[in-house]
Design a binder for this molecule. Structure first.
Ligand code: 16G
Ligand code: ZN
Length: 544
């Protein structure tokens, strides 16, 4: 570790005083101009995490996802590509707030962490870092690197601009592949495209059954998906990317992108309803850092129809369930679908009652869903907003490999099902929700099932729902239980919500504090649009 004088000089160059930080749902996320200090301390903390994990490489992503262009943020990624171990969020918050107070407070906290965590600062470690396309990115990455220099034995690789899932993927590959292996963006494209080619070859799919429109939210997903698809003969002429203006900073997430489409339940800027009415047209929107995706189309009347995270979860559940049956693995392999309270009641009903799948509900935020999903052999997790993926256990991979080795009937249905199961473990980025990889996986499933967007949509009908954002004096007073479905504080509020809910048909409503904005969110669903709207507004009024 650096000597006091060098440490102090770096600190003084990068840290400012007075701001209070919290490591939230997806890391630190604020207006970019207050982030210098926390970037610096996150550099230190990422280094400590790597040393604590015996020198394994940790990842760091500088992004504020779907937030407006003036925001930014940072999050730490574990060596296998998962979100930072929860017990360390506290250390990240404490170190940032001490640095925000004074140099001596920062130094004391740093020494304390080194001792408490028994970190040997002479050993070597590694960090890979990347940023999304925001204007503040380069400056914040420099502050981060300055922090990482506090532990000079920790080596940093800067990948420049990447999507969030690419950074997760490369972090995991850095730890998995032998030293000297060529690791970079290209590896990501090759793995996905090679899985895609094998899936389509196996299933005799020669071309995409629809024309595909991709709304890239004017974020980093645009150039990355174009880079990948330009390397594929299969996709040649089959797609078009709109809102790909990632170098106009102010355009990021503006009137476009997954969050805009999901929240407003309408087409983004740049995509028109006329082109979307054809049965062979499907569109999708990424968010600003391309870790979320939603699909949509327009029906014959020109009405916008959303195919969100819930629809993706049910699509994958049906697909994998069928494959497990065809492969004779339905009893050997356990599958679970993980949702949050925001999942539409109809999707949960469809999963449980129609598909007979096991459904679990967790708090909002990928780390919670991921944590639950890893407990199963196939864990399908999606937030309604389009953030999610499918993860497969080691037992699953071993079982499929063993059965494949024992299966000699190359042309049988069960052999093909086993091959497909194996290929989907490669087509899907299991480290985190990934717009690009999820897009390929959905397109593959629709092509294999020979489903149009309409057919996919008709699997079940969403209950009308409404999401409201309510400003309150202190959102920290809103505490929940039962996977955020019930309030325990403020006292008595849940009872009032229950009374309102009982007045409507098929109704459900819950209230939780946002983890990314200074507000409280109210969700309501009911049998009709009018009922969902009234319930949301009534609950909104008693929350204020
Ligand atoms: C973050 C989460 C996202 C979640 C959202 C909820 C990650 C990587 N991202 O963006 O999954 O849906 O927060 O926001 O976990 P809210 O707490 O403001 O409602
Ligand atoms: Zn995102």
């Amino acid at each position: 570790m650096l000597e006091t004088e060098a440490l102090k000089s770096l600190y003084e160059k990068h840290c400012k005083h007075g701001f209070q930080y919290i490591y939230g749902t997806a890391g630190f996320r604020y207006k970019a101009d207050v982030l210098d200090t926390v970037m610096f301390t996150t550099g230190v903390l990422a280094g400590l995490r790597s040393l604590y994990l015996n020198g394994q490489t940790v990842g760091v992503m500088v992004t504020a996802s779907h937030n407006p262009p003036e925001d930014n943020g940072v999050k730490i990624v574990e060596p296998r590509g998962e979100m930072l171990e929860q017990s360390w969020e506290k250390y990240a918050t404490e170190l940032a707030n001490c640095a925000s107070q004074s140099y001596s407070s920062f130094e004391t906290k740093l020494q304390e962490l080194v001792v408490t965590l028994k970190v040997d600062t002479k050993k070597s470690g590694g960090i890979v870092v990347a940023r999304d396309s925001r204007e503040s990115g380069p400056h914040l990455v420099s502050a981060f690197k300055a922090g990482a220099q506090v532990l000079p034995t920790v080596k940093i690789i800067d990948y420049g601009i990447l999507t969030t899932p690419q950074l997760h993927f490369l972090t995991s590959k850095t730890n998995e592949l032998p030293e000297g292996a060529e690791i970079g963006e290209q590896l990501y494209y090759q793995e996905l495209l090679s899985a895609w080619d094998q899936v389509t070859d196996l299933c005799g799919i020669k071309s995409l059954p629809f024309h595909l429109q991709i709304d890239a939210a004017n974020g980093i997903g645009g150039p990355k998906v174009m880079e990948m698809l330009s390397q594929s003969d299969f996709f040649s002429g089959a797609y078009e990317v709109v809102n790909a203006d990632w170098q106009t900073y102010a355009a990021l997430n503006h009137l476009c992108g997954a969050d805009f489409v999901k929240t407003n339940q309408k087409l983004p800027h740049g995509i028109s309803s006329s082109g979307n009415q054809a049965a062979n047209q499907i569109s999708c929107s990424f968010d600003g850092d391309a870790d979320r995706i939603v699909f949509y189309y327009c029906d014959a009347m020109g009405h916008f129809r959303l195919l969100d995270g819930d629809k993706m979860a049910t699509l994958f559940a049906k697909f994998f369930q069928d494959l497990l049956h065809q492969a004779g693995l339905q009893d050997a392999i356990e599958m679970v679908a993980v949702q949050t309270a925001y999942a539409n009641g109809s999707s949960t009903h469809h999963l449980e009652k129609v598909l007979g799948a096991t459904v679990k509900c967790t708090s909002t935020g990928v780390k919670h869903l991921h944590h639950e999903a890893v407990k199963s052999d196939i864990g399908i997790y999606f937030e309604a907003n389009g953030h999610g993926t499918v993860i497969f256990s080691t037992k699953f991979v071993d079982t499929v490999n063993q059965r494949l080795a024992a299966s000699t009937q190359d042309i049988s249905k069960s052999h093909k099902a086993l091959q497909l199961l194996k290929l989907f473990t490669k087509l899907i980025n299991q480290t985190v929700g990934d717009a690009i990889s999820d897009m390929l996986a959905v397109l593959a499933v629709l092509s294999i099932l020979n489903w149009t967007p309409q057919k996919w949509d008709q699997e079940y009908t969403d209950l009308p729902n409404r999401l409201l954002k309510v400003s309150v004096p202190d959102r920290t007073l809103f505490k929940t239980t039962n996977a955020e479905r019930q309030l325990v504080s403020p006292a008595g509020l849940q009872q009032k919500i229950d009374v309102l809910v009982s007045k409507f048909d098929k109704a459900r409503s819950f209230v939780r504090a946002s983890g990314t904005e200074d507000a409280v969110r109210v969700y309501a669903e009911a049998a009709s649009r009018a009922q969902a709207d009234s319930l949301a507004s009534m609950v909104g009024t008693i929350v204020e």
